[in-house]
Structure formats: C-alpha cells, structure tokens
Design a protein around this ligand. Sequence first.
Ligand code: ADP
Ligand code: MG
Length: 354
Amino acid sequence: MARPIAAVPAATVHRIASGQVILDLATAVKEILENALDAGATNVEIKLKEYGSELIEVADNGCGISNENYRALTLKYHTSKLTSFADLQELSSFGFRGEALSSLCAVAEVTVSTRTEDSTTGTRISYDKNGSILSTAPIARAKGTTVAVKELFKPLPVRFKELRRHLKREFAKLLTLLQAYAIIATGVRIICTNQVGTGPRTRIISTQGLASMRDNIVTVFGSRTAEALVALDESSTDGISMHGFVSRASASFGKLAGERHYFFLNGRPVNLPKFSKVLMDTYRIYTSCGNTANVRPTAFIDIRLPKDSYDINVTPDKRKALIHQEQSLLEAFQKALVRMWEPAAVTLPPPSRQ
Ligand code: ADP
Ligand code: MG
C-alpha cells in the first residue's frame, strides 16, 4: 500500500540542507572568512586546532553585530546583505543567501563574540543546533566579531569521521582556498595559525594588508614565484576586463611556480574549469618543452564583468559560475595568453658557435 506523503519535520530539513551548505572544512572556514570581509574587516585572524577539525576561530575587526540581530544571525535565510531578488544584480558582498551561520549551528557547536562601535561592552552568544540562543554573557573585547566553531560535523557521523580520516587532504583544500582569499583581499591582513595538541601555534598563512594583488602573491608564495609571473591586463570597452598574473612561457619557471590556478569573478574566488583548460592547453603550445605533462602554469586572474552577465548562485557554496558569454570570454582569454607567450616561443636560441 502506498504510504502517506507527509511534511518532513523542519529540524530534519534543516539538518539535511545544512550539510549541503557546509560541505567540508574548507567551506566552513570560507563562509566565516567571507562574513568577516563583508563586515569590512581589515584584520582577520583564523586560529585552528587540529587543522580545524577541533576548533575554527575567526576573529575580525569588522562592524560587529548589534544586539537586536543576535537571534536572526543564525536563522536560515536571514541576511543583512539582500532585501529583494533584484538586489542580486547589484550585490558586491560575498554573502547573500543567509544560510551559513544557521547551517554551521546545525553541524557544529557555534559561539559568537561581538561588539559594535557604539556598544560599551562585548557579548558572547552560544547557539544550539537549531540556531537558538543558549546563553549570552558580557565580555570585554574590541569592536568586531569572533566566530568559534567547535567539533565540525559532530552531528553528521560519516562526515565527522571522514574529516578526521582525511585531515591532510581536507586541510590542503582549505589552504588553497585561504590562499585565494589572501591574494584577492587587498588591504586586509589575514593570518591563519594552527595548533596540534598542546604544541606551539604554527603560522599557515599571513598577509600584511598590502594594496596590490602582486604584493599579496609575494607574501603568500614568496618572491621566487612572483618573479616567475608576468602581468596579464586586458580590457574591452563593454566593461569586461581581466587582470592578473600568469607563469612566463619558460618551462623552468613554470615548474618552479607549481600548479596553481586562481580565478576570481569580480573579486570572488571561483572555480572556472574551462578557463583552467584553456590556460593549460595554451601553455603547452608555447612552453619550450611543449608536451611535457608535468609543466603546469600558475595563474591568478581576476575577471571583471558587468554584474548582470553572470550568475554565481548555482550552488550554495557559490564556487560555480554561469557566465553569459563564456565562449567569447574564453577566446579573449586565449588570445591574451597567446599575445603574452608568443614572443617567447619565437625567440631564437643564441647562434651556436661552430
Ligand atoms: P550571509 O552572509 O549570506 O548574509 P550568513 O549566515 O553568513 O549569511 O550571515 C548572516 C548575517 O550575519 C550576515 O548577513 C551579517 O549581517 C551577520 N554576520 C555574520 N558574520 C558576521 C561578522 N563577522 N561580522 C558582522 N556581521 C556578521
Ligand atoms: Mg555569509
């Protein structure tokens, strides 16, 4: 006999959906970091314990959260960044879906400490897994917000075990993501440290709030990587531009620079697999050892597009993008690469002495 169709209890729906917003360690940290950047922070300190599996603590010096928002902070689809669907096209913040903090509460133990400019003291708020306030307490702190996430994925046993079993791999993903934000967030000091057991805190990443992408690349990857890069600057009259850096068309430099593709859409780190492919395919043609598979170019490219020409709201983690004129953009990207690399390819070797 057919079973009755009934509504899934709200708490169950919440837990199921939250696992899709907070996919892994990297997305958990990404969401909190994006909130700090959206809050106008110029200083963000990320403290991890056991690479984030035990504790993720992100402290910012942004605008803080006011009293009347403590409850809404962890309610699903509650945001201060968007009020109508039309706002989506004008948006410049990382967040807009209002589901990160509520989802974090469903998959970990969340505590928020915060203070706004005009409050005299700070407040620490603990939330339960439904995002309800468990307790509040006054604390002394400077303006800004600290979000602490303890025991990520405890309520999702499979993911809890997987994270701990593959901690190295998961942490590597987090590091790549942090590097992307550290490079694009000019003018923001981002520091990330980790502590294993009772050992000393080790520094994972640290930028100095410098003003240019190139300065941030030097800080994050070192001057040797930066020296192996050339600037790519392309603009067209229709408001589209590409700015950044790619490896020189020289195999040895390519090898040195490693295997990093960082793409940004209007300053938002995203995965653009088709652009990565164009980069790889074109690089192979113009590097001196054309078909050597282990030579891979590094790229840091910020693509600037009119806001109504792409859609970032394809997956909850906003890492995928639908771009209206992707094909013509890919062609423009390829042409820019060819223009940059071609002269090196045709440079004749010094005449041999006979
Ligand atoms: P979204 O970022 O999509 O708005 P979130 O769940 O990430 O959704 O955050 C909900 C709201 O909480 C934000 O819109 C913002 O108003 C507030 N918020 C979150 N983190 C911070 C922070 N670090 N500083 C100030 N406000 C914050
Ligand atoms: Mg957010």
